[in-house]
Write a protein that binds this ligand. Structure first.
Ligand SMILES: [Zn+2]
Length: 293
């Protein structure tokens, strides 16, 4: 019966725009109460080309819909580019407009980096974490004495809808750059204000975008290309089929995504071309406050 139930969940979860169950589908399957049993569905998305470990995560959004995610590793590049299952599941929820995560189930206890990543959600302390081996508990218990957005006077979070003050590129834009620019307007980069996104054109004409997602502690931040590759994996697409990528970033000298994007793109899609559009930062960098109390 469980195998049949998992097969049903697997087929319902496969959508053209990602891997998830709507709130209605989740209710019909009683999936919200059986998240740990559903982890094999998430693990099917994993691309563990370095570790060989399949890690799955399932995030329940504020809407009641549930979002699958898994670890993505990129052989031939750098371990730093690895995306963890929790990051993929939360990005999946973000792509579909969720503004909060009620709970997240994971194949193994979340690593320190993922706890820090989850802490970038507004209201993160109340996100419940479920694993096979540890009693369900709120993030506040998994990550006590945390450092997060509020320490840097950022009152929103990575799932809060945003409209960034990014300048429009001069002159007529090709479609791909236009899509990247539109995505950059909604990225989460409150710490550097280097608003950035990428648009990937596949050989069959499909375009996938990904946005920069920053973190108060900087290191669990995601490049636009990492975010886009999560979407590529969730849709069951092959990154090697990317023909062209357009990176748009608002430059202010604090960070530059071009070199790392080139490196990761070369590993996943060696034949792809990269176009980079740099925009002047329109708004001055906000006055930064000390992280010290
Ligand atoms: Zn992790």
């Amino acid at each position: 019966m469980t195998e049949e139930w998992i097969n049903q969940a697997t087929s319902l979860s496969r959508k053209a725009d990602g891997r998830y169950l709507t709130a209605q589908e989740s209710r019909a399957l009683d999936a919200g109460n059986r998240l740990l049993e559903l982890l094999p569905v998430a693990e099917q998305i994993a691309q563990p080309g370095i570790s060989g470990f399949l890690v799955g995560a399932i995030a329940v959004g504020a809407s009641g819909a549930i979002y699958f995610g898994a670890n993505l590793e990129f052989p031939g590049s750098n371990l730093l580019y690895t995306v963890h299952a929790e990051q993929a599941a939360v990005l999946n929820a973000r792509i579909h407009g969720e503004i909060w995560i009620r709970r997240i189930a994971v194949s193994a206890p979340p690593c320190g980096r993922c706890r820090q990543f989850l802490n970038e959600i507004q209201g993160a302390e109340d996100v419940e974490i479920l694993t096979e081996t540890v009693k369900p508990a709120r993030l506040a218990e998994w990550l006590p004495h945390s450092f997060g957005p509020t320490n840097l006077a950022v009152t929103s979070g990575m799932l809060t809808p945003r409209e960034n003050p990014i300048a429009a590129p001069a002159g007529p834009l090709d479609d791909l750059v236009q899509r990247a620019w539109e995505a950059a307007r909604h990225c989460y980069a409150p710490y550097t204000e280097v608003y950035a996104a990428i648009a990937l054109l596949f050989r069959d004409g499909l375009i996938i975008t990904g946005q920069s997602i920053e973190n108060a502690a900087f290191n669990p931040s995601l490049l636009p290309l990492q975010s886009a590759l999560v979407d590529v994996a969730l849709r069951g697409l092959q990154a090697a089929e990317i023909a062209t990528a357009a990176l748009v970033q608002a430059a202010n000298g604090l960070v530059d995504h071009e070199a790392s994007t080139r490196e990761l793109l070369a590993a996943v899609a060696p034949r792809a071309q990269l176009k980079v559009t740099t925009l002047p930062a329109e708004a001055p960098i906000s006055t930064r406050r000390s992280a010290e109390p």
